[in-house]
Design a protein around this ligand. Structure first.
Ligand SMILES: CC(C)(COP(=O)(O)OP(=O)(O)OC[C@H]1O[C@@H](n2cnc3c(N)ncnc32)[C@H](O)[C@@H]1OP(=O)(O)O)[C@@H](O)C(=O)NCCC(=O)NCCS
Length: 154
C-alpha cells in the first residue's frame, strides 16, 4: 500500500515533457512520441502528472467531449508499477472529471495488455466493444478493447 502523503495530481507543463517522454519510453514499447506528448500538453487534451515533492511518477492524458471523458494515455514509472499509483491517478482523474460534469469515461486498451485490463476491471470499467486490428503490433496488428464506466460509480 502506497503512502498518499504529498502525492499530487496537477496539469503537466511544457517543462515536464522530457520527463514524461522518458517515462513512456521506459514503461512501454508502444509509448507516445515526444511530439504527441508535447502537443497534448499544449492542446485541449488535458495532460496530468502524478508527482511527489517535485518528482513525476506518472502521467495521464484525457480528452473531454461534452459529458464524456476519454482516457487517451496513462503511464506509471516502470520501477513504481504494481504499487497502487495507477489506481490513485485514475481515481484522481475521475474526480476531476466529476467536477467538470463528466458522466461517462471511455478508453481503449490493447487486447494483449492484460495488466491494464485487470486494473480497469477492478475500477469498474466494463467492456463495450472491440476494434479489430486497431493497433500496430510487432507482429502485425492487434485488437483494441473499448471499455467504459460511469464517472460516479464508486
Ligand atoms: C497500466 C499501469 C498504468 C497501471 O499502473 P500501476 O501503478 O502499475 O497499477 P496499480 O499498482 O494501481 O495496479 C492495480 C491493479 O492493476 C493490475 N495490474 C497492474 N499492472 C499489472 C501487471 N503488469 N500485471 C498484472 N496485473 C496488473 C492488478 O490487478 C493490480 O491490482 P493488484 O495489485 O491488487 O493485483 C502501469 O502498469 C503502466 O504504466 N503500464 C505501461 C503503460 C500502459 O500499459 N498503460 C495503459 C494503456 S491503456
Amino acid at each position: 500500500m502506497i503512502s498518499l502523503e504529498s502525492l499530487r495530481v496537477m496539469p503537466c507543463q511544457v517543462s515536464d515533457v522530457d520527463r514524461i517522454f522518458d517515462l513512456e519510453q521506459r514503461a512501454t514499447s508502444y509509448g507516445w512520441s515526444r511530439s504527441d506528448l508535447a502537443s497534448s500538453v499544449a492542446s485541449d487534451h488535458h495532460c496530468y502528472k502524478l508527482a511527489r515533492k517535485g518528482q513525476i511518477l506518472g502521467h495521464c492524458v484525457v480528452q473531454l467531449i461534452g459529458a464524456e471523458m476519454e482516457i487517451l494515455n496513462i503511464v506509471i514509472d516502470r520501477d513504481l508499477q504494481g504499487m497502487g499509483y495507477g489506481t490513485f491517478l485514475i481515481d484522481s482523474v475521475l474526480r476531476l472529471g466529476r467536477y467538470r460534469l463528466v458522466t461517462e469515461v471511455w478508453l481503449e486498451v490493447r487486447e494483449s495488455n492484460l495488466g491494464a485490463r485487470k486494473l480497469y476491471g477492478q475500477l469498474g470499467f466494463i467492456q463495450s466493444g472491440i476494434r479489430k486490428n486497431y493497433y500496430r503490433h510487432a507482429k502485425g496488428r492487434e485488437n483494441a478493447v473499448m471499455i467504459c464506466r460511469s464517472s460516479d460509480l464508486s
